[in-house]
Design a protein around this ligand. Structure first.
Ligand SMILES: [Zn+2]
Length: 536
């Protein structure tokens, strides 16, 4: 016997089998009982929530010879014809492929003839938002004066794309995403009818992955059953078939993010992708994992809601301690944005990597959540004494730059470019802020050496470009290259800046011997942003 997809096999034939849309079913049944049937209905909602299924049952019910409590009897001639797809009274049109004026004109011509048998002709137009403007206008004419025996059911996932003139003539029904509980219960029911054993956890995972769509849930279940045909369904099987990732992996990922270990996080991602995990699924699952952490933090009694094994719960509780709520919300926000972007993106992996970097480096973002996290990080560094050198520098009296800043030449011998200047000249500041775009515009050899360069201040008004080795210094210092660099700067910021090239001969890392101008300016910019925010 050929395998029939569960979705087809168990497509509801009567209202009682429809799950999760009780508010709609009740209203429609009442209309049939009271014989107050409208001529135009609009069914809106995400995919797989039962729009066309309910439309078909409704079509059956209005034509049924002896409906029971508003539901089709299922045994009369009309019910059987509709169920078999041989009835002339139910016309299904996919607007995605029949979206032209001519398609709708055809309908208008047909509509003129009353049904040969039965009471109503029901036109179900799926994906109706795909109709062209001309087609909508043609449809509108029919909706304005519908024959008494015609019912239109327009189904759409994107109601906002439908002209108001059409909307205003329809009874509108909004289909809800179906809850995980409801989907799980339905899956359990069908599995027992099919006599396939399954772990509750496995079923729930599928229900969760379906994201509110019963149709998706059933096709995911199909995939899992088909892969392990004849075996009972385990959680591990489901993870494997759906390309999903286990909680332990997320735990590892979160720890890397909290430790701001970008390389570690990206390496872990790489590992997952090499194992054949699906990038989109990873994003959805990781978001879900973060949400669980947040729930655990917000209340003690969340164990039941979370639906995870006790060993994973222990792990999760430990992690819930590691990150604070605001931090988690920021992570969740970034990852939910990502799950929207990634759906149709070609470079899924790159997008995930960028998101991971954002999570590790809050300084790359400028919204309130990231600022809060940055402040927390600074506080932590202060506690650890990371800023002592700079503060010690202040104690030594650098308030008076004229007295203490090195002259243009002696700076080099003393390595005193390390001293903090009181003010950074505006044009140098601009040059530093624009450094990346400036060097992007230079010839490739120069660009490559300058990419590795560090920026500091020489004297009071010279941009000091510090290079690591002799070769680089020699290359950049040539008259032609110096000219090119200065030209690049003035083109970008509209000002001439004096530039001095120097090789770091101190034997120490740059940061320890010089004032890192890039970093100083970055911190100053961050302060300004904070102040602006307060003013608003
Ligand atoms: Zn019937």
């Amino acid at each position: 016997m050929p395998y029939t997809a569960l979705y087809r096999k168990f497509r509801p034939q009567e209202f009682e089998d429809v799950r999760g849309q009780e508010h709609i079913v009740t209203t429609l049944k009442n209309q049939i009982k009271a014989e107050r049937i409208g001529h135009a209905y609009l069914f809106c909602g995400t995919r797989g929530t039962g729009k066309t299924t309910i439309a078909k049952i409704f079509a059956k019910a209005v034509n049924c010879e002896s409906p029971v409590e508003g539901s089709p009897c299922g045994i009369c001639k009309s019910c059987r014809a509709i169920a078999a797809g041989s009835s002339m009274n139910v016309i299904e049109i996919d607007a995605a492929s029949n979206n032209g004026v001519d398609n709708i004109r055809e309908i208008r011509e047909e509509v003129a003839y009353s049904p040969a048998e039965g009471k109503y002709k029901v036109y179900i137009i799926d994906e109706v938002h795909m109709l062209s403007i001309g087609a909508f206008n043609a449809l509108l004419k029919t909706l304005e004066e519908p024959p008494s025996y015609v019912i239109f059911i327009l189904a759409t996932t994107e109601a906002h794309k439908i002209p108001i003139t059409i909307l205003s003539r329809c009874q509108r029904y909004d289909f809800r995403r179906i809850s995980i509980d409801t989907i799980s219960a339905r899956l359990e029911e069908l599995l027992s009818r099919e006599q396939v054993g399954a772990e509750p956890k496995a079923v729930r995972y599928i229900a969760k992955a379906a994201d509110g769509s019963m149709r998706d849930a059933l096709s995911l279940l199909d995939q899992c059953i088909a892969f392990y045909l004849g075996e009972s369904l385990t959680y591990d099987h489901v993870l494997e078939v759906l390309g999903a990732v286990d909680v332990e992996v997320f735990s590892g990922m979160l720890r890397k993010i909290i430790a701001q270990d970008i390389i570690g996080a990206i390496a872990l991602l790489e590992e997952l992708l090499v194992q054949g995990r699906e990038p989109g699924q990873f994003v959805v699952d990781f978001t879900w994992y973060l949400r669980n952490l947040l729930l655990l933090q917000s209340s003690d009694n969340m164990e039941d809601v979370l639906d995870i094994s006790s060993e994973n719960l222990a792990l999760l509780k430990e992690e819930a301690q590691m990150a604070d709520g605001e931090q988690l919300m920021r992570y969740i926000r970034i990852f939910s944005e990502l799950s929207n972007q990634i759906r149709y993106a070609a470079q899924k992996r790159v997008l995930i990597e960028i998101a991971l970097i954002k999570l590790c480096k809050p300084e790359m973002e400028r919204d309130y959540g990231s600022l809060a996290q940055r402040v927390a990080q600074l506080e932590q560094k202060l506690e650890q004494g990371a800023f002592v050198p700079a503060m010690a520098a202040q104690e030594h009296g650098f308030q008076d730059p004229a007295a203490h800043l090195p002259g243009r030449e002696e700076g080099r011998e003393e390595g005193t470019a390390k001293k903090l200047p009181k003010a950074i000249p505006e044009d140098i500041r601009e040059a530093v802020e624009n450094w990346r775009p400036i060097i992007e515009g230079l010839s490739s050899g120069l660009k490559n050496y300058l990419k590795a360069a560090h920026l500091s201040l020489a004297g009071e008004n010279q941009l000091l470009v510090v290079l690591d080795d002799e070769v680089a210094e020699g290359f950049v210092s040539t008259e032609a290259h110096m000219e090119e660099l200065k030209e690049g700067i003035s083109q970008r910021i509209g000002k001439e800046v004096e530039v001095k090239i120097q090789r770091n001969e101190t034997g120490q890392p740059f940061e320890e011997s010089y004032v890192d101008l890039g970093n100083v300016i970055k911190q100053a910019i961050n302060m300004e942003i904070t102040i602006e925010d307060e003013d608003e």
